[in-house]
Every structure is written in structure tokens, then in C-alpha cells.
Design a protein around this ligand. Structure first.
Ligand SMILES: Cc1ncc(COP(=O)(O)O)c(C=O)c1O
Length: 393
């Protein structure tokens, strides 16, 4: 059964959702680089497209390479249904639009990924869909949803300050009120968190990051129940948010090793967070696994692993941060995350460059804040690299 969690994570990642055809004896799913398929298909045994319940006809609707990837990913989320997208942003747009209409009022958080924030504040607002962007702590403390709330949208772990959504609480609140909860769990990957377990209606991923894992594709995924699936299918088909089968093949190849990679991402980030937290030149470290971190009690409740992302600031501010980054030998200076290679960035240069200094400060981003995406390099090598750079600043 596709959604079964009876097998371990890695077994599901390898075994589920593979198109094996004994006529060819292929072991892995082929790339069906087809725009169209026979229509009508005269073969009464022809495979069905999940999106239509009929034989495959046109790739904007559905495609076998995509469908097998979706079944594999659904098995990892423990979901009834899943659907792939051309990017994380198209998964997010489709998810939000599928539960919204003119006059909808969405509750979300102010610390969202920048492009998602702009989608709520600029794009949706123009079409009469309003989003209240409240601080993450306020969302975590809500006892009830404001009258007329049509959906709640949040991120499992927010970027780059590593605040954590208390999904155990928010999920209960949304379930009790019958309000759909959409969660972007990109920073966790399904290895560290499966938001549907907390009552989320739809979980979305920028699969560009951990799920694909090799910094070579742009890809999105959503997992959900039967109830919300149809709305997502409609959005993908209408807006043409469908991914290309070659990109899908790469994402499917990546997801097979997600569990193994996440173990190493989690380990590397934890070791480096510990090292930094013991260093007097470091003013603060933001990492869910550190017992002294403000969100650690929530992290313990909602995460299975603390993740590969961490942020930190030096006593010497931006100048020290730039010096430190220039001294590191292993990480590349680049803005994305979740790949096999460690990446390091200053949010003021990249992810949050379009915000004013005041806006950044209001969400806790100082000019010297460093964001680090731990790769899967050997822990000891990263620790030595960090120690050496720390000793020279
Ligand atoms: C948390 C989060 N959500 C969504 C996205 C958007 O994903 P994509 O670039 O795959 O469209 C990103 C991209 O960085 C992200 O960090």
C-alpha cells in the first residue's frame, strides 16, 4: 500500500513508486519524455493516470514518470495522495489557491520565505484574498482562530532564525475548527517531520532542497488526503505547474537517498552548532537541537531530527562574519540549501537582500547573521574547517 508506514523510511524510499516492467526487466523508472499519449488508448490494461482515472493522455495532466515519483513521495509522508510540481513556489501557489476564493482570509506568519511572503502580500491581495501575517510566536500561542479564517499557512522551521511552528498545537486548532492547514516543511524534509501526522491538510516542499538533494533541479511536491487532492490537480493542470519528466527523474533519484543524507545533515549541523555555542567569539546560535535554544522544547515535540540548517552571529558582527566565511575551505558561498555540499550565506546579501534593514531587524535578522546549510561531508572535516576559521577571526 502506497501510504503504508509499515516499512522503514529508507526501504520505502527505495522500494515504493518504481515502474518495473517485466517485458523490459528495468529496475528503475524510465523517463517518459512524452507530451502526449495514445488517445483513445485501445489497450484495456493501459495504466491509469491518477489525476483523471483514465489512461495517460497529455503530460500537463499527468505522466508515468511523475506518477511513480508521487507514489514514492506519498509513501514517505504516509499520505493518501501526492502531486509533483515544477518548483516549490508552484506547489505553494497551487496549495494556497486550491483552498481559497475571493474574500478568503488566511492566517500566516511574518517570517515566511521571502517569495511566499510576497505571494501572500502582493499577488493574492490583488485578487481579493487577504492574508494576516502574524509573528510566529503569536501563531504558536493562538487559542482560537479569528472568526472567518479560511486557511492557516506556516513553515515547519522558519528561515533564517530557525523559529519552529508548534504543529502539535496548530494542527489541533485547525482540525477542531475545520480549517485547512498548509505547511511548508522544506527545512525538515519528510525524514525529520511529516506534518500530516499533526493534522495538516496539505504539506508542501521545495523539493529543490533536501528531497532532490544534489543542487541540480528545481522541483516541488505536495502531499495530502483524497479530499484536497482534486483541488491541487486542478491548479496544476490550469496553471501548467507540471514538472518536466527529466527533472522528475533526477528528483526521484535523489529522494532514494534522502534518509541517508538527512542522517548526516542532522549530525553535521548538530556538531557545528555545539562547537559554535561553546565559542566565546560567537554571540548567538540558532539551532533547534541546542537545549538552550528558545524553540528547543517545541522542536522536541514536533521534529524527529533537528535538521541541517543553522544560523549564528559573531560578537564582531558583519565584519567578523565576512572574514569567517572567507576563511572556510569546505562550504561554498551560495544561497540555496539542502544539497550534499555545505553552503554558507549572509541573508543580507541573498535571501533577505530585498528587505530594508528595519524590516530585517523586525524579524530578527541582523546584518552579521550567517546562515549555514550543512552538507554531507565528513563531520570531522567540517569541524576542523570551522575551528581553523574561528581561530583566525
Ligand atoms: C522554505 C522555502 N519554501 C519554498 C521555497 C521555494 O522553492 P523553489 O525555489 O523550489 O520554488 C524556498 C526556496 O528557497 C524555501 O526556502
Amino acid at each position: 500500500m502506497v501510504g503504508s508506514k509499515s516499512m522503514g523510511f529508507n526501504t520505502r524510499a527505495v522500494k515504493m513508486g518504481e515502474c518495473r516492467d517485466s517485458r523490459y526487466g528495468n529496475v528503475t523508472t524510465p523517463i517518459f519524455e512524452n507530451s502526449t499519449f495514445l488517445g483513445p488508448n485501445p489497450d484495456s490494461h493501459a495504466m491509469r493516470d491518477n489525476t483523471s482515472g483514465k489512461p495517460f493522455l497529455y503530460t500537463r495532466w499527468g505522466n508515468p514518470t511523475l506518477q511513480f515519483m508521487e507514489e514514492k513521495y506519498a509513501a514517505l509522508e504516509g499520505a493518501e495522495r501526492s502531486i509533483s510540481f515544477s518548483s516549490g513556489m508552484s506547489a505553494i501557489s497551487a496549495a494556497v489557491l486550491s483552498v481559497s476564493g475571493k474574500g478568503s482570509r488566511i492566517i500566516s506568519v511574518s517570517d515566511l520565505y521571502g517569495q511566499t511572503y510576497l505571494f501572500f502580500k502582493n499577488t493574492l491581495e490583488r485578487f481579493g484574498i487577504h492574508a494576516d501575517m502574524i509573528p510566529l510566536d503569536r501563531l504558536n500561542d493562538l487559542d482560537q482562530l479569528p472568526e472567518g479564517t479560511s486557511a492557516v499557512y506556516t513553515e515547519s522551521v522558519v528561515n533564517p532564525t530557525m523559529g519552529i511552528s508548534d504543529l502539535a498545537r496548530i494542527g489541533k486548532l485547525c482540525t477542531a475548527s475545520g480549517v485547512p492547514l498548509i505547511v511548508d516543511a522544506t527545512f525538515c524534509s519528510p525524514y525529520n517531520q511529516t506534518p500530516l501526522d499533526f493534522g495538516a491538510s496539505i504539506v508542501v516542499h521545495s523539493a529543490t532542497k533536501y528531497i532532490s538533494g544534489h543542487t541540480d533541479v528545481i522541483f516541488g511536491l505536495a502531499a495530502t488526503s483524497e479530499r484536497f487532492y482534486r483541488g491541487l490537480v486542478d491548479m496544476r493542470k490550469t496553471f501548467g505547474f507540471v514538472p518536466d519528466p527529466i527533472q522528475t527523474f533526477l528528483a526521484a533519484r535523489g529522494i532514494k537517498t534522502l534518509g541517508l543524507r538527512m542522517m548526516q545533515h542532522n549530525r553535521n549541523a548538530m556538531e557545528l552548532a555545539r562547537l559554535l555555542s561553546e565559542e566565546r567569539k560567537v554571540a548567538s546560535v540558532f539551532y533547534p537541537g541546542l537545549t538552550g535554544f528558545r524553540y528547543h522544547p517545541i522542536a522536541k515535540r514536533v521534529l524527529r531530527g533537528y535538521g541541517g540548517m543553522l544560523s549564528f552571529e559573531f560578537e564582531g558582527g558583519e565584519k567578523a562574519a565576512r572574514k569567517f566565511m572567507s576563511l572556510l575551505k569546505i562550504p561554498e558561498v551560495a544561497p540555496s540549501l539542502g544539497g550534499v555540499e555545505s553552503l554558507i550565506t549572509l541573508p543580507i546579501d541573498t535571501t533577505h537582500a530585498s528587505l530594508t534593514s528595519e524590516e530585517r531587524k523586525s524579524i530578527g535578522i541582523s546584518d552579521g547573521l550567517i546562515r549555514f546549510s550543512a552538507g554531507i561531508e565528513d563531520t570531522q572535516d567540517l569541524v576542523e574547517d570551522f575551528k581553523s576559521a574561528l581561530s583566525s577571526i
